[in-house]
Design a protein around this ligand. Structure first.
Ligand code: ASN
Length: 316
């Protein structure tokens, strides 16, 4: 029985690799990444290459299995997101803004199997702007998304027609909603519920997340962060925030979140030396964006070597 499941899984994966839908998805993805590159280059945002293993990485605000690689006495983690490296990269007085297209490995628990939104490995476009406010980073993201949608609509109309989907045009500014109010109204599943009824992307503001998202100095217990959420039930598009950068604040936030500060050696050392700078930024998953544009049911349809959580066998 198990062998049959394995064979079916491998055959299914090989078949999907060759479909015209996958070909269209990759064509759309090329335009997305070319637009990101042109957009960043035109604004002087310097590209960093991804870090794949590091002793420090994003603790994330949800549980995943650890992906660690021991090497000669160092415990490397596979990158979950480049957030800490983004802040470290901006410590240089020569850099004002950076972005990275990086693989993120998040070994999600099997309970995420049916969400249609999770992969064990995905690519994130992550940017960070020194001395920016939350509003400035949000406007930057809106411009980028608008540019992506418009270039895909004009350059990939053939592929969109093949897939039978028309990409609606969205104009900034996207509307803003309070995550707290949505959570009070709908409970834990607020994002999915609000996304399902939305017809335009919207910002969900102010939710408690990892230690690095800045607490509002004027309103304790509120956070200067933002998620962009896709309409029509596609869920989270992007997440970001203004950042904590001062050593005592970071320690306090780690303590409050129950995060082990000993896992963030060089990052905390940089903060202690006063090297970290105020900044704001965000990141979005490339496959989720392609899924949204192509109208796919599952993010796995946008990734040729997709690894969904909780599968019995992985082909690639
Ligand atoms: N990229 C996100 C940010 O910039 C962090 C994440 O992916 N967990 O806030």
């Amino acid at each position: 029985m198990r062998i049959a499941v394995i064979i079916l899984a491998i055959e299914g994966a090989l078949e999907k690799l060759g479909t015209k839908e996958m070909h269209c998805a990759l064509a759309v993805q090329s335009t997305v990444l070319k637009t990101v590159s042109d957009f960043m280059y035109a604004r002087g945002v310097m590209q960093l290459l991804p870090v794949i293993i590091s002793p420090i990485t994003d603790p994330l605000c949800h549980s995943v299995y650890d992906a660690r690689v021991p090497y000669c006495g160092t415990e490397f983690s596979l990158t979950k997101s480049m957030i800490l490296h983004k802040q470290l990269a901006l410590a240089s007085p020569f850099r004002k803004a950076i972005y990275i297209v990086s693989p993120n490995v998040r070994l999600e628990l099997p309970e995420k199997a049916g969400t249609g939104r999770h992969l064990l490995e995905f690519s994130q476009v992550d940017f960070e702007l020194k001395h920016a406010t939350a509003g400035e980073a949000m406007r930057f993201a809106e411009e980028l998304f608008t540019e992506i949608f418009s270039r895909v609509a004009s350059e990939r109309c053939g592929e969109l027609a093949t897939l039978g989907c028309a990409l609606p045009t969205f104009a900034p500014r996207f509307i803003e909603k309070s995550s707290r109010e949505l959570a009070e109204k709908y409970g834990r599943e607020w994002e999915a519920i609000e996304s399902a009824s939305a017809t335009e992307p919207f910002w969900a503001l102010d939710h408690e997340r990892e230690f690095y998202d800045c607490e509002d100095p004027a309103r304790a217990g509120h956070y200067l962060n933002y998620d962009l959420v896709y309409p029509r039930g596609f869920g989270e598009a992007l997440s970001g925030g203004m950042r904590e950068w001062q050593y005592p604040r970071l320690l306090e936030r780690m303590q409050r979140a129950g995060t082990d500060s000993s896992l963030f050696g060089s990052y905390l050392e940089a903060a202690k030396k006063g090297l970290l700078q105020p900044s704001a930024g965000a990141g979005f998953g490339v496959e989720r964006l392609v899924r949204f544009i192509c109208g796919f049911k599952d993010v796995a349809d946008a990734a040729p070597f997709a690894k969904k959580p909780g599968q019995e066998k992985y082909a690639f």
